[in-house]
Design a protein around this ligand. Structure first.
Ligand code: PLP
Length: 384
């Protein structure tokens, strides 16, 4: 069994992908070819944003968003601050630091593991420029609450929607819920390409113009550089793959939701299963349970041929590279208990739209067998 079965997906979409790629091979416009613009139009329409700027990865998308907002070192030379979650993939904090700014962590909520809006305000200082929530595992963060705080304090909001493209929040689309939204097309993401890729969304014409230039060496026109940018363009071939995959994306999202529901039905009395809040949907980038003795469960499942993954074992405030910053900021173990507890307990199960009912059952049976004995009072608390 595969954790994410990209080969099964490719078999399903091969004809579409072949046709799209053949067109690119014929026109040979590998850099910013017509498929890039076509894709940007389709993605923007899907999330109802005025602009989509594709780029080379989700990491570049975050960096482009921060650079377009001119977040980095402030006029005094001291770093701007960006409030974010410590329970995320490293790129979220990394890009803030790369831009020259400083991540300021705020703990997560127990349901959904996204940043807790009720704790954000206490972290705002005169140096704060933006809030950067992550819509983890495919479920949007509480964007209305975050936007309301941001508006009151004159801050920008960048949604890290790397895992949540396709999800809905109160009728809006993840990626288009804030000043800028950033997503990733890493191959195993719900909408993935055949290599690295990403995109930014915004309704602000000036920010879109800035990101278009920044992704192409800060060029305002050919060989006229008005900003320090990056080589962050999406390859035309990747755009072609994404155009083919978009055709089956909705059907795949339905499949993901059905699989998640089936897992939950089978597992809810045995382990802590994930919960999606009533005002939003998840695209189930991960199906992540919580277990007490994770190492034992992981190894039992591995022995039974069931691959699992941990997203993510070390919260950002405890990453070695931030040791110096942690001293300065007073971050220590125990500082963000929600993130630390999750990092010790979470375990992601195989999740992709081509899992068969038999595979789902065998994963669930193996998980039930692997969790030691009957789970006590905490069992089945899927509503937590
Ligand atoms: C939450 C989050 N942010 C950012 C990224 C970075 O995306 P990419 O791998 O496309 O650079 C990822 C990808 O794994 C992610 O999951």
């Amino acid at each position: 069994m595969e954790f994410v079965d990209l080969k099964a997906q490719h078999r399903h979409i091969q004809t579409r992908v072949d046709a799209r790629m053949r067109t690119v091979l014929e026109h040979q416009r590998f850099i910013l070819g017509p498929e890039v613009e076509e894709l940007e139009g389709r993605l923007a329409a899907r999330v109802r944003a005025r602009h989509c700027v594709t780029c080379a990865s989700g990491t570049d998308a975050l960096l482009l968003g921060l650079l377009a907002l001119e977040i980095g070192r402030g006029a005094s030379g001291s770093p701007d601050e960006v409030i974010t979650t410590p329970f995320t993939f490293f790129a979220t904090g990394e890009t803030i630091t790369l831009a020259g700014a400083r991540p300021v962590f705020v703990d997560v909520e127990p349901v959904g593991y996204n940043i807790d809006p009720s704790k954000i305000e206490a972290a705002i200082t005169p140096r704060t420029k933006a809030i950067l929530p992550v819509s983890l595992y495919g479920q949007p963060a509480d964007m209305d609450a975050i936007n309301e705080i941001a508006e009151r304090h004159g801050l920008a909001v960048i949604e890290d929607a790397a895992q949540s493209f396709g999800a809905l929040y109160r009728g809006g689309h993840s990626g288009n819920l804030s000043t800028i939204g950033c997503t990733s097309f890493f191959p195993s993401k719900p909408l993935g390409c055949y290599g690295d890729g990403g995109a930014c969304f915004t309704n602000d014409d000036a920010l879109a113009g800035a990101m278009l230039e920044l992704r192409n060496h800060g060029q305002e026109g050919r060989y006229r550089h008005t900003r320090i940018g990056i080589n962050g363009r999406l390859d035309t071939l990747q755009a072609a793959v994404l155009l083919a995959k978009l055709e089956v994306f909705d059907e795949e999202l339905t499949g993901r939701a059905e699989i998640a529901n089936r897992y939950t039905a089978l597992l809810q009395n045995a382990v802590h299963t994930p919960r999606v809040l009533a005002d939003r949907t998840s695209v189930w980038a991960q199906y992540t349970i919580e277990v007490e003795d994770r190492t034992a469960v992981e190894s039992t499942l591995k022995g039974g041929g069931i691959p699992t993954a941990v997203h993510y074992p070390v919260p950002l405030h405890l990453q070695p590279v931030y040791t110096g910053l942690a001293k300065e900021m007073g971050w220590a173990r125990g500082g963000f208990p929600g993130a630390e507890r999750a990092a010790e307990r979470v375990l992601s199960l195989p999740m992709h739209p081509y899992l068969t009912p038999a595979q789902i059952e065998s994963v669930a049976e193996a998980v039930k067998g692997a969790v030691r004995g009957p789970v006590g009072a905490g069992a089945g608390e899927s509503s937590r």
